[in-house]
Design a protein around this ligand. Structure first.
Ligand code: AMP
Length: 116
């Protein structure tokens, strides 16, 4: 647990979240400011600042994160129509919370990949 990390506090139960799936190593919860009918954040419980750091330090955990993404996509009913997975990373990637997380977006066409 990293002090002052919002998502570590959600993992610890110190800040409430709408959890949709939990495994031993990952947590999935609804984004507080959803950008699509389905907008779920999937995170490793252990603190890594971003997805690249996570993948370099513990690739198996990265795989577990993707397993949780797939399970959530299935339980949210977006597997058939499809969904978008986004890892905002660093300043240019627009990352705001520095605890690795995947945005799973679906439930409607998500639109262009990046703003024109
Ligand atoms: P990013 O810009 O990729 O770092 O995304 C951070 C995401 O965290 C944003 O989509 C926020 O809406 C979301 N967020 C911030 N605080 C909370 C919270 N307490 N519970 C759920 N999602 C949150």
């Amino acid at each position: 647990m990293e002090n002052d990390c919002l998502f570590c506090k959600i993992v610890a139960g110190d800040i409430p979240a709408t959890v949709v799936r939990e495994t031993e190593t990952t947590l999935a919860f609804r984004d507080i400011n959803p950008k699509a009918p389905v907008h779920v954040l999937v995170i490793p419980k252990e603190h890594y600042v971003d997805v690249a750091t996570l993948a370099q330090a513990d690739p198996a955990l990265g795989g577990e994160l993707l397993e949780t993404v797939a399970a959530v996509a299935e339980s949210e009913g977006v597997l058939l129509d499809g969904f978008r997975l986004i890892f905002n990373t660093g300043e240019y990637g627009g990352q705001e919370v520095f605890h690795a997380h995947a945005h799973l977006l679906g439930g409607a066409p998500i639109g262009p990949m990046v703003a024109g």
